[in-house]
Every structure is written in structure tokens, then in C-alpha cells.
Write a protein that binds this ligand. Structure first.
Ligand code: SF4
Ligand code: ZN
Length: 738
């Protein structure tokens, strides 16, 4: 442990705690101690205080207590005579620093200094945390990098983040070096920065780096099922992060204003000490003193003097990340970081589908001899013959052959086309089947991206992801109007046959359900039981998906589980399933009902698409999706609800569900099914509308759809009840739900 670092970190902590106290006092003088203080849309109060102190900060007065605690953690700045080569004081100062930074950042939300402006995004709300969390869970995202500072040249900054994006590493940015921040460099180079592109600029001050750590703290609480509060919880959360959230800090550039002619300012050292508490090591391009292994981080704590060209690979080694890099022969960068990227109209070269032209994608199984592996055909115009700004028809037909391939897998593979294509930088892809919408950006076109490159992407990814079942792949890309018009009709025929097949499949038709334990990497006791009529709560895994996934990787997260004796057909309980979940939940669960939310319901890991909760006043249930940030009739926002039910525990009355389950004939059938739905968010109601209407019609209760209230009718139970009484909602006449 270097003394220089300890001195700098402790000195930095003193300074930041001092600054936080001054700002807090100013805020209290102005607003009073009772004035509320919070971050937007989170159920975790100020997460750093909640984690380390078990403190639920809600008003300015509470922060005085936080500051007292921070001061207790501050060690004296070591003098020359009294120097112990001991990391503890530095780490405690790191925690004090984080408390100070959380205070400073939270105070910004009082209004004076809006932290969300220009390129800066400020605090990450819980709904985004969940969305990104599943990417950490399923391995699409191997970890995150928190970048502090800037590079010498803008082009180095672009190269660095492109390298991280290609490796699917989430990038947080905070702080600056000599007044310049990497996010500003990227903005100058027109790099799109937001949650969809995995490039997240938190704020220009170093204090905004605390948002990366409160993100990590909440990940552990959300997905790890760890209750915050005592010091042991803090230890568990830190261990959890060290083991499961593969993150590191990248400090770039030398600060001219650094104290004692060191290369980095004291407040950066102090913040680094805070990150080391989470087991997140620091990697720097300038030669600051190193801290080698002592046990907190998995490997070294601080390594420095690393050249920019090597910094990513050194960081990966340092943190032990597993990275899959797809090498695909296309002229644009490729990686999950680009998946959510949009191509705006001004930046578009050409587009396909949407409301402009016919476009579709279809994956079909063919006999071995009809598929020539690696063949790509463009039938119609290539991009060189297309005019800038125009819309063209597009048919993407993927033909696969494999000894173990089954027709049932077609739709599973086809659904991945969206993700595969979206990961190319400068390509936008939305929708599936015959409702796709694709754009190629001017930049991608300038780099030489062609229609045939869609084929290259699909060949590479299909082989990579499905090597167990796919031996040969060929791709046909149609851009000829008449051909596309004809083929789209044939494709529609195939889609509807498939729908009949899975849609028509019932839980009674099969002897085996599938488990999914993918989320155990985050929620160690959580198990999803996926049945034909109830998909995984994340919405990403249907029974067929699990079946395919099991065949592709028999030792993977999905296993068939024989149902065995049926113990209760109405609630959906089977003997073998109970035995299975008892083992897989490490003894935490004994019984499970597939169709009930009141009695032994399914547990939730944290990445549910929606939450269904009972509204006792209305004798029914409401369903809220994770994009809805408003208030619900149970008096809780999605974030608050999610905080209560995540982490792999059963919470009667509340259940995490996938959107498709809402229109399933088995939707909480133990409690009476869809007739119980009294409230849904407007957006969700629209989204699942067609399927839900069809199911209601099947049950002969078509009029129910219009009786389901949304936030436009009510956001509290009293107004909701009045509304339901007025329109005569059937839930009011049903037997008491509790
Ligand atoms: Fe996680 Fe369940 Fe989805 Fe599997 S099905 S990824 S366990 S939420
Ligand atoms: Zn999950």
C-alpha cells in the first residue's frame, strides 16, 4: 500500500466531506431540514447511505446524520512519523467519500443545478437499472468501465469507447482532467451517448462517479436479494459486486492541478478508494503509484502507466472478464453496445419497411442438400443502385439445415435476427416478421456497408450461437419489389401456422416443463418454471425457447422437469416441480403454484417485464410495466414494488410476469383469471391489446377490455373503485380475493 496514495485519498475524502457539509448547510438554510431530498424513480432512497449506513434518507435533516457517519470514517491524514501500511483507513475514507459525493449529487436535484442537462444524464433510475441488469445476467454485458478524465486526442477517445462497446462493456463517464471530459470529446465527434448505446455520461464533476457505484449497490440489492441495513449487509453487497459485477475504473490523463505534484487530484484518489471498496480495481494511463494484491479486489487494486492501446486488454485481465468477440467481415464496428442505437432521419442513407415499403424476415429449415453453407445472394438492387433518402422493399430469408434441427426452433432463431442485425454500428432494426423497419446510416454506407453484409452478420451469428443444431446457413436478401410482395404473403402463411401451434399449445399437452436458472448468477435462489402457457417473467423465454436452448446446450440454464403427479390443477401445483424447486432454490422454496399470485407464487429475480399486484379495495389486480414511472393504485411506483418482490423470494399478492402471460388462458386462473384485471398502464394495455382481446373473446367476456382502467382513469384506489363501480367491473362481484 503506497503511502502517497493513502495520504492523497484521505486528504481528498476530508475535502469532499467538507464540501458536502457546506452545500448541505446552504440547502438547509434555504429549504429547512424537513425539505425532501431524493433521486428520481428509485426505491433505494440515496443508495450509498442505504447500503453503507442502512439509512433511509428522505429529508435534508437526515443528511446531517449521514455526514456525522462520514466524519467518523475519516482517518487523520497520515503524518511522516505515524504511518501504517494498512489499507483500512484508506478504504474507510473511500466510504466517507462516497457518502459525501452522494450528498452533493442528491442536493443537485433540489433544483438549482439540474444534473440532467446537455449530454449529462445524472442518476440512473431503477427501471433502467433493471433493463441493463438482465444484460449483465445473461452475459450480453460482461461488466462495466467507469471512465474518469479524458484522452489527449478526440480520436483516441472514440477508439477507446468503440473498443469497449465492441466487447459489450458498459461505459460510465464522470469527472474531467484539466476541465475536459471524455464525454465532451465523444460529443464533439457526434458519438451517440445514452443507455441504448452503453455509453452513459453521468456528470462532469468527479462526484457524479458515485452514480456508477450506487448503480452497483442497487444491482446487488435488486438482483442479489440482499437486505441492506447492517454492516454485514454492506459486506455481503460488496462481496457480491466483487464476484458478480465485473467493473473497473479507468483514470485517464494527468491533472495539472494535482496536489504535491502528483499526477491525479486528491478527490480522484478518494473516489478510487471508494471504488476499491466494491472490489473494483483502478487502471490508469499515467504513472501513479500502484497497489498490488492484498485481498479486496480479485487481482491488483491499482495498475498504472498503461498505454492507451493496451488499456482495454489489461483491464480485462485485471478484472478477469470473459469476453466473446464476434469477428464478422463487415466494414462497421459490431457489438451489443450498438444494439439499441437509433438511426435518425437526418443520418439515414436508405430505409426498408416501417410504414414505407413491404419488408419481412423469415427463417426456415431446409434439407441438407438444399443449403449451401456460407452462401449469400442479393436478389434485386445492391445499395450502390439505391438513392439516398429513399425507402426500398426488403425480404430477409435465412435457410438453415442441421441434423438435430427441428421446425419448432425456427421461430426461436428467427427472433434473434433483430438482435444480430441491431448490433452493427450504424444499422437500425426494429420489429420482427413482416413488421420490420431497417435503416442504414450515411456513416455506415460511407464505410462500405452493403445489403449483402446483413447476410454476413446472420451467417456468423447463427453459426456462433446455434452451432449445436445448425450445420449450414445460407441467406437470401430480396430487394425486388414484386418478389418481396409475393414472398411476404408466403411468409405470413408460415407465421400464422406457427402462432396456431404455440398459441394452441397448452400446459396439459406436455409432460415436461422447463426450468430457467439463468438469473441465479444474480438472484441465487430464483428459479423460473416455464410452461407453454406461462413464459419466463423476463418475457424472453417461452417454453419452446427453453426447449431449444436445452437442446443447444444440455448443461445450460434450461432443463426439462417432468411434472409428475398433479397436486392441484387449479392452482397449478405438481409434485416433481415442487421437489425440483426445493433443490434448485437451495432449500428456500418448498411449494410453487404456477397459476396463483396469492398462494406460493413464483419468485422474482428482478428482471420482470411487469408486476401484477392485488388491489384489495377493488378485489382485483393491477399490472404495471417497468417503463411506467407514475403512481399506481396500490400506492407504489414500479420501482418501489420491484424493490419489494425481487431477489428470489415469494411475495403473496405480488408477482413478476412476462407480458405474454397477461393474455394466457392460465393467467392467475387460481384467482379467477383476467376478470380480476382492474387496472393496467395505458401503454401496456395498448401493447398487449390484440392478444388480450382475443383471449377475452374466447372466454366470452369481450366487454372486459374497455373496463380495465389505466392511469388516465385513476392513480389511487378510491378513484379506481369509483370508476369500477360506475362501469360495473366484474371483479367487484367476484369472491373476495383475500
Ligand atoms: Fe431469468 Fe426467468 Fe428470464 Fe430465465 S426465464 S432469464 S430465470 S427471468
Ligand atoms: Zn431475471
Amino acid at each position: 500500500m503506497s503511502k502517497i496514495i493513502a495520504t492523497a485519498a484521505i486528504r481528498g475524502a476530508h475535502k469532499l466531506v467538507g464540501q458536502a457539509e457546506v452545500e448541505l448547510q446552504k440547502a438547509i438554510d434555504k429549504y429547512g431540514k424537513e425539505h425532501p431530498v431524493d433521486y428520481p424513480n428509485t426505491a433505494y432512497y440515496l443508495p450509498i447511505m442505504y447500503l453503507f449506513l442502512g439509512q433511509k434518507v428522505q429529508k435534508l435533516g437526515d443528511l446531517e446524520e449521514s455526514m456525522q457517519e462520514a466524519k467518523k470514517l475519516l482517518a487523520d491524514i497520515p503524518s511522516d512519523e505515524l504511518w501504517l501500511p494498512y489499507l483500512g483507513d484508506t478504504l474507510d475514507s473511500g466510504v466517507a467519500t462516497l457518502i459525501a459525493e452522494e450528498t452533493i449529487e442528491a442536493l443537485k436535484y433540489l433544483g438549482e443545478q439540474n444534473p440532467v442537462q446537455g449530454i449529462w444524464l445524472g442518476f440512473t433510475p431503477d427501471n433502467i437499472l433493471r433493463l441493463q441488469g438482465i444484460k449483465l445476467v445473461d452475459g450480453r454485458m460482461p461488466g462495466f468501465a467507469a471512465i474518469v478524465g479524458c484522452t489527449k486526442k478526440n480520436e483516441d477517445a472514440v477508439k477507446l469507447v468503440r473498443g469497449l462497446q465492441e466487447r459489450n462493456i458498459l461505459v460510465f463517464m464522470a469527472g474531467h482532467t484539466n476541465g475536459r471530459a471524455i464525454a465532451e470529446q465523444l460529443a464533439e465527434e457526434n458519438i451517440e451517448m445514452n443507455w441504448d448505446t452503453f455509453l452513459v455520461p453521468y456528470g462532469k464533476e468527479i462526484t457524479a462517479a458515485v452514480h456508477a457505484l450506487n448503480f452497483a449497490a442497487r444491482s446487488a440489492m435488486t438482483f442479489g436479494g440482499i437486505e441492506p441495513g447492517d454492516m454485514d449487509a454492506a459486506r455481503k453487497i460488496l462481496l457480491y459486486n466483487k464476484d458478480r459485477v465485473h467493473a473497473f475504473v479507468m483514470a485517464l490523463g494527468a491533472d495539472k492541478a494535482a496536489e504535491d505534484s502528483q499526477l491525479i487530484t486528491d478527490d480522484k484518489y478518494a473516489t478510487a478508494a471508494g471504488a476499491i471498496n466494491f472490489g473494483f480495481p483502478v487502471i490508469a494511463d499515467v504513472k501513479i503509484p500502484q497497489i498490488l494484491p492484498t485481498g479486496i479486489c480479485t487481482y491488483e487494486h491499482v495498475i498504472s502507466g498503461i498505454r492507451l492501446e493496451e488499456i482495454i486488454s489489461r483491464a480485462i485481465e485485471l478484472r478477469g472478464l470473459t469476453i466473446k468477440i464476434e469477428k464478422i467481415p463487415i466494414p462497421v464496428p459490431y457489438g451489443a453496445g450498438f444494439e439499441g442505437e437509433r438511426v435518425r432521419k437526418e443520418n439515414m442513407y436508405v430505409q426498408f419497411g416501417g410504414k414505407y415499403t413491404d419488408a419481412f424476415e423469415l427463417l426456415r429449415m431446409k434439407p441438407m442438400e438444399e443449403v449451401e453453407d456460407g452462401k449469400i445472394e442479393v436478389i434485386g438492387q445492391e445499395i450502390d443502385e439505391m438513392k439516398e433518402g429513399e425507402a426500398y422493399p426488403l425480404g430477409i430469408v435465412v435457410e438453415v439445415a442441421g441434423r438435430d434441427f427441428q421446425e419448432d426452433f425456427e421461430s426461436v432463431l428467427e427472433r434473434r435476427i433483430h438482435e444480430f442485425i441491431s448490433c452493427a454500428n450504424g444499422i437500425f432494426h426494429m420489429g420482427q416478421r413482416n413488421i420490420i423497419w431497417v435503416r442504414i446510416s450515411k456513416e455506415a454506407h460511407a464505410k462500405g456497408f452493403k445489403i449483402k453484409h446483413f447476410g454476413e452478420i446472420l451467417l456468423a451469428r447463427m453459426h456462433e450461437e446455434f452451432s449445436k443444431i445448425v450445420d449450414r446457413v445460407q441467406v437470401k436478401l430480396y430487394t425486388e419489389k414484386e418478389k418481396v410482395a409475393k414472398l411476404i404473403e408466403e411468409a405470413k402463411e408460415v407465421y400464422s401456422q406457427r402462432d396456431d401451434k404455440i398459441g394452441g399449445m397448452t400446459d396439459e399437452d406436455v409432460d415436461e416443463y422447463y426450468s430457467c436458472t439463468l438469473c441465479q448468477s444474480y438472484a441465487p435462489n430464483h428459479v423460473c418454471i416455464v410452461t407453454p402457457q406461462r413464459l419466463g417473467l423476463c418475457g424472453a423465454y417461452t417454453w419452446l425457447d427453453c426447449k431449444a436452448s436445452h437442446q443447444i446446450d444440455p448443461h445450460g440454464p434450461n432443463e426439462p422437469v417432468a411434472k409428475g403427479e398433479c397436486l392441484d390443477p387449479v392452482k397449478g401445483m405438481w409434485k416433481n416441480i415442487n421437489d425440483y424447486i426445493e433443490v434448485k432454490s437451495n432449500g428456500n422454496l418448498k411449494r410453487f403454484n404456477a397459476y396463483s399470485m396469492m398462494e406460493d407464487p413464483m419468485t422474482s429475480c428482478g428482471c420482470f417485464e411487469c408486476i401484477a399486484a392485488i388491489v384489495p379495495e377493488a378485489n382485483g389486480v393491477m399490472i404495471v410495466d417497468r417503463d411506467y414511472t407514475g403512481m399506481t393504485p396500490v400506492g407504489m411506483t414500479f420501482s418501489t414494488l420491484a424493490g419489494q418482490i425481487g431477489g428470489g423470494v415469494q411475495t403473496p399478492g405480488f408477482v413478476g410476469i412476462g407480458k405474454l402471460y397477461i393474455s394466457s388462458p392460465k393467467f392467475i386462473s387460481a384467482e379467477g383469471g383476467q376478470k380480476r384485471i382492474v387496472w393496467m398502464t395505458k401503454q401496456l394495455k395498448e401493447e398487449v391489446g390484440d392478444r388480450l382481446k382475443a383471449e377475452l373473446e374466447r372466454q366470452g367476456i369481450s366487454d372486459l377490455f374497455d373496463k380495465i382502467a389505466t392511469e388516465e382513469e385513476a392513480e389511487d384506489p378510491e378513484t379506481l373503485l369509483q370508476y369500477l363501480e360506475k362501469i360495473g367491473h366484474p371483479a367487484l362481484q367476484m369472491e373476495a380475493i383475500m
